[in-house]
Design a protein. Sequence first.
Length: 120
Amino acid sequence: MARILSVDDSLTIRRMVKTFLEAEGFEVVSANDGVDAMEIAREQVFDLVLSDINMPNMNGISLVSKLRRLDGYGEIPIIMLTTEGSDFKKNKAKTFGASGWLQKPFTQERLVGAVKKLLD
């Protein structure tokens, strides 16, 4: 099954994402911010990345931009998983390489559905 990197500064969200996706058979590795995610991504390649936007040290948009330049991450799906809902933020994330957007709060069905859709 697919390997997913989940990036969020909220421990609660990281646990929820991991629980929801592992129940569907996905392997999930968690990072608490963009800096942590980049260290992990340099060591291993994932099939999909889920990232919050508002995080300390490195925000999600900067993370997307850096991941897109990293070997193995040019084409993989990256979903922004955030409370942000503004069109400006959505367009900015898309410009830097985000593949999709899922607004918090989310249900297990919406998260799993978005992940499966982008992995197909």
